[in-house]
Design a protein. Structure first.
Length: 342
């Protein structure tokens, strides 16, 4: 954005200057949290956002209905300049909380980061640069896996999307994608709010988690504005992956509920179907054959485990989708409407 300067001359009048002074756009970073046991991780996230090199920056913290957490947040961050705090009157879920944060925010761009992620110092600067240099309406960055313990040797890079990180084949630098992940995504605030923000049918609420909640808002945005999300791999956040995210059994169940969630997405937004079909094609026709060739050329136990894991996780996703398919369509949508309004 630009501001026109003025100058005074000898006649005492003030005239516009021919020089335009660039004013950087204001960015609001929204961090949502809800549980006291995650507080140390959450505070590391907030501290990384406060340490950004970009200005002007506003940090909006939304606590999802936990008064004890909100009091601790207020004690630690309440007197910090540029920090806005809000507590929901009850647990409303991540989708409601993020949209509420955007409503409270005053920046032209609103950026979202998970409370278990840590941003690189130039994260906001890299997101803002794309808005300043292009006509983008949404920009996402690289959600980099940060294993708190040793990465399991069976975990395939093609399935990092299961744990909220960028998978193999996610996209090229500055490519326009349908969506990036919630741990690293931003929107022009007016655009985000004009399409209704996040769908409350999706996302985490208590123990229930209908996944892929970036897809609906990004699809509505594309339908209205004809644009997707620019993927800037230089805008990096490190998404912490704790022990349980490396548990094979947990990942299989996660895959199943991802499949179930994708069935719900197909009901809510039929346009979402094409994206997952393209991914499945790429997985089976490109990545799996390349892994088979690599395993034959240079065998190892880890490579064999990863290949098996790809088939197991894919099968679990398929079973979850089939489980959703045999449920009555109105029952699936009604159940998630009740989740949003409960």
């Amino acid at each position: 954005m630009f501001e026109r300067s003025s100058r005074a001359v000898d006649d005492g009048k003030v005239y516009p200057s021919e020089i335009e002074i660039e004013r950087p756009m204001k960015v609001s970073a929204v961090v949502c949290t809800y549980a006291m046991e995650r507080y140390d991780v959450f505070s590391e996230c907030v501290d990384s956002v406060l340490a950004q090199t970009y200005e002007p920056l506003e940090v909006v913290v939304v606590v999802d209905g936990n008064e004890a957490v909100f009091e601790r947040v207020r004690e630690e961050y309440g007197d910090r300049e540029g920090v806005v705090l809000h507590c929901n009157d009850e647990n409303r879920g991540i989708s409601y909380s993020r949209t509420r944060g955007a409503e409270i925010a005053s920046g032209e761009v609103v950026a979202f980061i998970d409370d278990d992620a840590v941003a690189e110092p130039d994260w906001i600067a890299e997101l803002a640069r794309v808005y300043e240099e292009t006509d983008a309406i949404a920009v996402g960055g690289h959600a980099k896996p940060d294993w708190v313990t040793e990465k399991p040797d069976f975990f395939p890079a093609e399935f990092y999307w299961l744990v909220g990180c960028d998978e193999r084949g996610m996209g090229e630098h500055m490519e326009e994608l349908r969506n990036t992940y919630g741990s690293n995504i931003s929107f022009r605030r007016d655009v985000f709010l004009s399409v209704g923000g996040y769908d409350e049918n999706t996302g985490r609420k208590g123990d229930r988690h209908i996944q892929a909640h970036e897809a609906p808002v990004c699809i509505r945005m594309a339908n209205r504005y004809g644009k997707g999300v620019i993927y800037n791999t230089d805008a990096v956040v490190n998404h912490k992956l704790f022990d349980y995210r490396g548990d094979f059994r947990w990942l299989v169940f996660r895959s199943f509920w991802q499949g179930y969630s994708k069935r719900i997405m197909d009901l809510l937004l039929p346009e979402a179907a094409g994206d997952k079909n393209e991914y499945l094609q790429q997985l089976m026709l490109e990545f799996v054959p390349s892994r088979v060739r690599e395993l034959a050329r240079d065998p190892s136990r880890a490579k064999a485990k990863q290949l098996v894991a790809i088939f197991v996780f894919t099968a679990a996703v398929g079973l979850g989708y089939l489980y959703g398919l045999v449920q009555p369509d109105d029952a699936l949508v009604r159940a998630d409407d009740e989740t949003a309004t409960a």
